[in-house]
Design a protein around this ligand. Structure first.
Ligand code: OGA
Ligand code: NI
Length: 258
């Protein structure tokens, strides 16, 4: 957490080289969403993101400052991956799928996404991150010690208070689809506050781009039909970003209606 906070506290000159609105740049820092010029409302956050797998290749494009960044984040990403895969293994067991079901291509792509929400003069005017479900398989979120995360449940936004040294684990859209809606991805957002900066670290476990996602046959009950048609993960991402993660709309093109 300290190394990420130090990154955002670096002088602007040190961060300028990594700042980019080009979605194709794998390691970049940007403000608000990936669509700053065309969004209706700007979000009160900066975001640093980069891939973490395969580590030997990715690490070369990570930030050089703070000097300990690469070493510390490499160690963190290895541990976060282990934790994520272990949780996926338990979910797989719980669903009655075989061991290793979520290994290989379904969890092949790892992305680190670090949010920095500076104190906001008027938190009623904007959000840190607008409502969405994570588009991936699973998220391991470290939200630090400052409140800001909310989850939508039974028609209202409920605060997810930070627990010291605890992770928030989010089920992503892909896990919902593969489980034919047995697991639900929770809608969430981040609010800002006017007192202190908030830094959060999301570790996203994603399928590889060309991985075909569909409800697993063994999870479709005999009185059910598949709720989604097969698609490539990259098709989902393309649609997700064009809809800015709108939770009502982003599953629609992939849904099948019995
Ligand atoms: C995210 C996210 C919440 C937070 O990065 O997908 O939902 O509290 N972050 O920063
Ligand atoms: Ni999220």
């Amino acid at each position: 957490m300290n190394v990420f906070k130090e990154f955002f506290e670096l002088p602007a000159e040190d961060k300028a080289g990594i700042y980019s609105e080009d979605l194709k740049r794998p390691c970049r820092l940007y403000t608000s969403s990936s669509n700053y010029d065309h969004e209706n409302v700007h979000l009160w956050r900066d975001n640093l993101r980069h891939p973490c797998h395969p580590l030997e290749d990715c690490i070369k494009i990570w930030p050089l400052k703070p000097t300990r960044y690469r070493e510390i984040v490499a160690t963190y990403s290895i541990e976060a991956k282990k934790l994520g895969l272990r949780i996926l293994e338990l979910l797989s067991e719980g669903l009655g799928l075989g061991s290793g079901f979520f290994g290989d291509k379904l969890s092949d792509s790892l992305l680190l996404s670090v949010n920095h929400y500076p104190p906001c003069p008027d938190p009623s005017l904007t959000l840190g991150v607008s409502r969405h479900c994570d588009p991936n398989l699973l998220t391991i979120l470290h939200q630090g010690d400052v409140y800001g995360l909310q989850v939508f449940k039974d028609g209202e936004w409920i605060g997810v208070e930070p627990l010291h040294n605890a992770f928030v684990v989010n089920i992503g859209h892909q896990l919902q689809i593969i489980s034919n809606n047995k697991l639900k991805s929770a809608e969430h957002r981040a609010v800002t506050n006017s007192r202190v900066a908030r830094t959060t670290v999301a570790f996203f476990i994603n399928p590889s781009d060309d991985c075909v996602i569909e409800p697993d046959k063994s999870l479709i009950d005999t009185d059910e039909s598949p709720a989604y048609k097969p698609f490539q993960f990259k098709e989902f991402l393309l649609n997700y970003s064009s809809l800015m993660g709108n939770p009502e709309k982003c599953l629609e093109p992939f849904e099948l209606h019995a």
